[in-house]
Design a protein around this ligand. Sequence first.
Ligand code: AMP
Length: 195
Amino acid sequence: MRLILLGPPGAGKGTQAQRLVEKHGIPQLSTGDMLRSAVANGTEIGRRAKAIMDAGQLVSDDVVNQIVSDRIDEPDCRKGFILDGFPRTVAQAEALSAMLGAKGQKLDAVIELKVDESALIERMKKRVADTIAAGGTVRADDNADSFAKRLEEYRQKTAPLSAHYKQTGELVTIDGMQDMDAVTHEIEDILAKAD
Ligand code: AMP
């Protein structure tokens, strides 16, 4: 099962991906997590990506395409994977299609979580409060300025992916404003049909 979860920051992609990991035993490939780990480990990619990420802008397509291509080759991706936060531009979607083709693989579903934008900033604030309450570390880009920039990047560069995957006939859109369990249920229905 190879799946893309699309949606703006705060749409709930990460939460849904985690549930799919548990249920289907396939990994969540979050380019944001991979980049944050590169930053934390002080790798060359991490050093270059840090300022861009902190400002809420997108890291270059070449860098993320390579990270994803390498990750998909890992043995735990043999049964499939859930892409969360990638692709984020039409160029990345085209690169993904080419890399999967070269590996003899294809996508099973592209699921978009549609959410009311006015709810997103509140969700980000709640995530920050929950993280602090749990004694965790707040993401450097979970602040009002970076979040506004992330939303703007989404509108300009990522929202066009909906039209792209509509055109390829792969897009399924679900209402991400429902409660989390209802969203999970709808995703499972879609996956059952894709099987
Ligand atoms: P996320 O955890 O998905 O919200 O990603 C956090 C940040 O990592 C983004 O704001 C970007 O700076 C960077 N990032 C993650 N995924 C991508 C991607 N596919 N393309 C470019 N930048 C990305």
